[in-house]
Design a protein around this ligand. Structure first.
Ligand SMILES: C[S@@+](CC[C@H](N)C(=O)[O-])C[C@H]1O[C@@H](n2cnc3c(N)ncnc32)[C@H](O)[C@@H]1O
Length: 189
């Protein structure tokens, strides 16, 4: 696996600061916490907003087979670097707001790992992405999301309306900026 293409990150950040929503790629500690519950034998995993691939690398390091991982990234500048760095992983240039429409193509997923900048998105968009994500998640599947805040970046109203709950896995102080990780799952499970 090659090193992260940081130049691509900073070019994208300068051009599209709201879409990127971070001043630096996530650190290794945050990546380990984000992926800590995903076993190598979990099944299919979807990553949203991989950017330079910090979480992708952590998932592969945990032993998840590359064939089980699909990346959905909107920003064109990240696509070729991701394909080069992870040649055996499916990299799709798609909009996470349209997830429900990709159900037939992607199939059911065991987990979703999201680096999307929810705090920069309108509540309707967050709701559409989470709802679309759960339409792809098999029973017992979980959606992992980080945020620089202390509270879950999916508002409680949205969780309740979608029949979901959030649990905080922890906070990584030694990330820049510090970040919290949440597991979002169905309430009735
Ligand atoms: C905060 S960066 C996270 C990058 C990486 N996961 C990390 O933690 O370092 C947000 C990523 O989400 C992507 N993104 C933003 N909106 C998106 C959308 N609607 N669909 C797919 N990707 C999106 C951005 O292009 C960027 O790569």
């Amino acid at each position: 696996m090659q090193q992260p293409p940081l130049a691509a990150f900073f070019r994208a950040l300068l051009a599209e600061p709201r879409k990127i929503g971070a001043i630096a790629p996530s650190g290794g500690r945050l990546a380990r916490l984000m992926t800590s519950e995903i076993e190598p034998s979990a099944g299919k995993v979807l990553e949203l907003g991989p950017g330079t691939g910090v979480f992708t690398r952590a998932l592969l390091k945990r032993g998840l087979p590359a064939r089980d991982l699909t990346l959905v990234e909107l920003e064109a500048r990240f696509i070729a670097p991701l394909q080069k760095r992870f040649p055996d992983v499916a990299v799709l240039q798609r909009d996470a707001r349209e997830l429900a429409a990709y159900k037939a193509e992607l199939g059911l997923q065991a987990a979703i790992v999201s680096g999307l900048p929810f705090r920069n998105m309108p509540i309707e968009v967050v709701s559409a992405i989470v709802s679309g994500g759960f339409s792809l998640l098999e029973p017992g599947g979980a959606f992992y999301q980080f945020t620089y805040g202390h509270a879950c970046s999916v508002p409680e109203d949205v969780l309740v309306a979608l029949g979901l709950k959030s649990n905080k896995l922890g906070r990584v102080r030694l990330n820049f900026p510090p970040a919290s990780v949440f597991r979002i799952s169905r309430k009735q499970e």
